[in-house]
Design a binder for this molecule. Structure first.
Ligand code: AMP
Length: 539
């Protein structure tokens, strides 16, 4: 149509070309897997990204080939984010915490011929290489002098990169071209691939920088602890590059001490990650009597943020928790619970209560809850049903996979059960398969967990429904105590008694030394249900 806007295709390469011109001196800081902290500017990064694009060409990577990475959050992984997608290939970030059989499956399923790998994962690749049928090149993301000895024919990223020109013309293509690939590991069957496009990635980044979302600007010093192999670190590398934020990448150092050191040195003001990493950081701060002086906001997602964690960040570190919800199929941003005039008008306690909800949908995401009959349910904060979503950065199918069962009438069924209140705040009740069905009524395992973890002697806990002769299922509470702390079953139940309704009370409390987690840090409740299935039936 005459008189319309320019027909510019959205592209991931445009992030880095923009940063090079506009934010050339803004910095990226990275903890190298081989040791030491590295720092450079977006202008330096842009040059190396072009060298990496030339390297990919030399390795024979063609348009829409999948290129795998098995790597931590580092500047080199960052360079591949732009070089691979920008040159028209597809960046396949592999989660090293998957079982080896799953890694073999997804590398073969994606038909990866080139793998970029951090030194920590070489032993893994040595073990499984004979089953990676298509893999031709293994490029190690390390300095030349730190190249490991191996039985495999490894090549060195830094050495190869140094030989490449930093002149490269970014190819132009349709914005609906695939850019990145991330597999989500369900609890059953093979992992399923979600393929993101240039278009979905760019508009997701544009949405996420807004103040009502992550609020990323050139004044932000952002530290994504969420891995770059888990839904593209929630899109932060793109959002930071678009805004010229200082990007701080923690490498392999995920423990409390290492994260604290980076936050403190770089004066990070925005952190993102799942609750388990914050448990470790908060415990470190408590033990070492440290305060997170620079941190203004902590985005917590992936699992529910308990009120005790929200309170501790606020009261001990003066950091506001933005509770967020999303999933691999959603790029991942779905809802965020940011500060706004309504929240500011509440008392501190009411505010904490509201913050335990997962927030409101970001512009671009529509959500609804539906009942067992498939009909939409009211947004009254009480009715709960299956949470369904739609929007331009939500997957419409899985990569090379027949399963369409999650899609219906243009909506994607998240597998979560939720409520939505009158103000649009969504609250996750549970994963549909983790809801405890007691005497025909439902109990939210997440709610009980989040209260129990508030006990001062509790490091981590899990609540699962296990078979019960009279009630079908009853809740069982599993507790890991904090080192040096003690609590009895009776004290635990007493702590819960005035905080939850009577019939939600766990019938039994067991103390354990560890709890199983999925590769993305969620409690593996299926395993717990299996292990403890006889607790109430007495078999
Ligand atoms: P993933 O695809 O691995 O990112 O997992 C997505 C799932 O994690 C969602 O469907 C939820 O079940 C869960 N999840 C993510 N964020 C939250 C949150 N803030 N609270 C509760 N569950 C969450």
């Amino acid at each position: 149509m005459h008189g319309l806007m320019m027909d510019m295709q959205l592209s991931i390469a445009s992030f880095i070309t923009h940063a090079e011109k506009v934010h050339s001196r803004a910095r990226i800081v990275s903890r190298k897997p081989e040791g030491g902290i590295f720092s450079y500017t977006y202008a330096d990064a842009a040059k190396r990204v072009r060298q990496a694009a030339n390297l990919l060409k030399k390795l024979g990577v063609k348009h829409q080939d999948r290129v795998a990475t098995l790597a931590w959050n580092t500047h080199r992984h960052y360079e591949l984010y732009f070089a691979v997608s920008g040159s028209g290939a597809i960046l396949h970030t592999v989660n090293p915490r998957l079982f080896p059989e799953q890694i073999i499956y997804i590398l073969n399923h994606a038909e990866d011929e080139v793998l970029f790998v951090d030194i920590q994962f070489i032993p893994l690749i040595e073990k499984i290489k004979s089953q990676l049928l298509l893999l031709k090149h293994i490029v190690v993301l390390v300095d030349k002098e730190k190249m490991p000895q191996s039985t495999l024919p490894l090549v060195c990223y830094e050495e190869l990169l140094a030989a490449e020109s930093d002149r490269y013309e970014w190819p132009q293509f349709d914005e609906n071209t695939a850019a990145t690939l991330c597999y989500t590991s369900g609890t059953t069957g093979h992992p399923k691939g979600v393929l993101y496009s240039h278009r979905s990635t760019v508009i997701h980044a544009m949405g996420s920088v807004s103040l009502d979302a992550l609020g990323i600007s050139s004044a932000t010093v952002v530290l994504p602890v969420v891995p770059m192999f888990h839904v593209n670190a929630w899109g932060v590398p793109y959002a930071a590059t678009a805004s010229g934020a200082t990007l701080v990448l923690p490498g392999a150092g995920m423990d409390g001490a290492s994260i604290f050191e980076l936050i403190d040195n770089e004066k990070a003001n925005l952190l993102l990650g799942v609750p388990t990493v914050w448990l470790a950081l908060l415990q470190y701060c408590e033990r070492e009597k440290k305060t997170l002086h620079s941190v203004q906001e902590v985005v917590i997602g992936g699992s529910a943020a308990p009120m005790s964690m929200i309170r501790e960040f606020q009261e001990k570190h003066n950091a506001f928790v933005i509770h967020a919800w999303g999933m691999t199929e959603m790029s991942p941003m779905g809802t965020l619970n940011t500060m706004n005039p309504h929240m500011a008008s509440l008392s501190q306690e009411e505010r904490y209560k509201l913050q335990t909800k997962q927030g409101r949908p970001i512009y671009g995401v529509e959500l609804r809850i539906v009942g067992a009959d498939g009909l939409p349910m009211p947004h009254d904060g009480k009715s709960f049903g299956r949470l369904q979503v739609r929007g331009p950065w939500i997957a419409k199918s899985y990569y090379k996979h027949e399963d369409r069962s999650a899609w219906e009438d243009g909506w994607f069924d998240t597998g979560d059960v939720a409520t939505v209140d009158e103000n649009g705040y969504m609250n996750i009740v549970d994963r549909a398969k983790d809801v405890i069905k007691s005497g025909g009524e439902w109990i939210s395992s997440i709610d009980v967990e989040n209260i129990a973890v508030g006990h001062p002697a509790v490091a981590e806990c899990a609540v699962v429904g296990v078979p019960h002769p009279k009630w079908d299922e009853r809740p069982l509470l599993l507790v890991i105590k904090k080192p040096g702390q003690d609590v009895t079953k009776e004290q635990m139940l007493e702590f819960l008694a005035d905080k939850i309704v009577k019939w939600w009370m766990p019938d039994e409390v067991l103390f354990v030394t560890e709890l199983p987690h999925t590769p993305t840090g969620k409690l593996l409740k299926r395993d717990l249900r299996e292990t403890f299935k006889d607790v109430y039936t007495g078999h």
